[in-house]
Design a protein. Sequence first.
Length: 198
Amino acid sequence: MGVVHTIIPFEPKAPQITLVAGARTCVTCSVTTVGLDLAKHVFQVHGVDASGRVVVAKAMRRNKLLEFFASLPACLVGLETSGSAHYRARELIRLGHEARMMLPAYVKPYVRRQKNDSADAAATCEAVARPSMRFVAVRSLENQARLIGHKTREMLVSQRTQLLNGLRGHLTEVGVIAAQTRPRAGWAGRGLRRDNPV
């Protein structure tokens, strides 16, 4: 007798979700509020149903995050303002969710135990549902691009000031006293090269 081989067709797996004991089996049907703790690679998701019962508490990698939220019905998602928060909020809004961002100082009072990603996600989920909570508006991509231009210019002006102050300090070491204004600092440097080769 020969060995019988059966071929099992490949079926793509749905995202793995850790269900909390006693929760309903249909996670995508019951989640109404989600707290999302942002990070670089691994995000923490904390979701509750309409009665406030924890339905999902899971760490999720960045490449699976949007896939997970695409499988949920439209719900309220809370995020702390941090790096990439505006981008994530725009993506969640595009998927049909209501994304609300809060300052970390407003979320901190809702942390019940030691500070870690899971506790932060639970606190964010709790804070976003509060009627008295203050939220930060989600910036558009154009607004963020304009802000990047302003911040970059501000940084360049600061660096220029640091360089000129450093140059003035070095010039005083060789006896050249330069004024604080920008053109005079430049003239002092040229005078140093012309009159006093060091």
